[in-house]
Design a protein around this ligand. Structure first.
Ligand code: NAD
Ligand code: 0WE
Length: 260
């Protein structure tokens, strides 16, 4: 098919081959896109050097999104190889670990609220702002969200608010950048066992609950997300912007599937 030939896409959020962003890189590469990658710190640099080779890429750049200058520098460095490009994948989320378990109202703090929103939501528009001048017409920006933005999910806590902010951010970005031919969408993924899910209380139970009560009766994979991201990066999705696309096997639309 190769419907992404000639597209240059920057990918954030790969930490290992289980990362959702790794599944996205696989699908984009398969469809002919040229890829560049970011890593958040020196500890992860070596891994990204190795993983970027899977996609025949040698463009790897540091970026910890907590730091605004890092975001600006990312694109000034990228400009040395890519004057212009066709979009990026934002696959970054973080809340302090003590926030992802326990009673929401008891564990919430002002500082963890700030950190979760800064890293998980503000960083998406900050990247768009810093790269706006380099983005070609027909560019596509994609972020990853979760059902916890719109339902109260036990233990997801402050991340639910940050994802709600990220989804609103997606709509405002789409409205702002649409006139320049830039589309902005979010993929709401069902649960996947990645590093970000390791150590989350009852995550395995959540996976089996979602598999047995979703219409397609299975968990989704990073390949499922990759294929949707490839479609959203391509001109096949030319009229889709500001949307939250659920790639969750239909879990969010179903109710009481496990009766009897
Ligand atoms: P992952 O651990 O593989 O990826 C998370 C990434 O965030 C890592 O690469 C990490 O380096 C990066 N990151 C964290 N803080 C950062 C910072 N300050 N600067 C730059 N990068 C930073 O896990 P994943 O599940 O692939 O997560 C990717 C995205 O998918 C996240 O936005 C997550 O919320 C979302 N998501 C995950 C699931 C799931 O069940 N795994 C479901 C829905 C949405
Ligand atoms: O967005 C996420 C998780 C994001 C995440 C993960 C961590 C783990 C390590 C954010 N911050 C941190 N901080 C850390 O220190 N998901 C969609 C996966 C996830 O996490 C949950 C879930 C699901 C689904 C937590 C509780 C309940 C459900």
């Amino acid at each position: 098919m190769s419907f992404l030939t000639g597209k240059r896409i920057l990918i954030t959020g790969i930490v290992n081959t289980r990362s959702i962003a790794y599944g996205i890189a696989q699908a984009l590469y398969r469809e002919g896109a040229e890829l560049a990658f970011t890593y958040p710190n020196e500890k992860i640099r070596l891994r990204i050097e190795v993983l970027s080779k899977h996609f025949n890429s040698s463009i790897i750049l540091p970026c910890n999104v907590e730091n605004d200058e890092n975001i600006i520098e990312l694109f000034s460095k990228l400009a040395k190889t890519w004057n212009t490009f066709d979009g990026f994948i934002h696959a970054i989320a973080f809340a302090p670990p003590n926030q992802l378990k326990g009673d929401y109202v008891d564990v919430i703090t002002k500082e963890s609220f700030r950190i979760a929103h800064d890293i998980s939501s503000y960083s998406f528009v900050a990247m768009a702002k810093a790269s706006r001048k380099m983005l070609n017409k027909d560019s596509s920006l994609i972020t990853l969200t979760y059902l916890g933005a719109v339902r109260a999910v036990p233990n997801y806590n402050i991340m639910g608010l940050a994802k709600a902010s990220l989804e609103a951010n997606t709509k405002y970005m789409a409205n702002s950048m649409g006139p320049d031919g830039i589309r902005v969408n979010a993929i709401s993924s069902g649960p996947i066992y990645t590093l970000a899910a390791t150590g989350i209380t009852n995550f395995k139970k959540m996976l089996s609950h979602c598999a047995s009560s979703s219409p397609i009766r299975r968990n989704i994979t990073i390949e499922d997300i990759g294929n949707t991201a490839a479609f959203l990066c391509s001109n096949l999705s030319a009229a889709i912007t500001g949307s939250v696309i659920y790639v969750d096997g239909g879990f969010n639309i179903a109710h009481m599937n496990k009766l009897g």
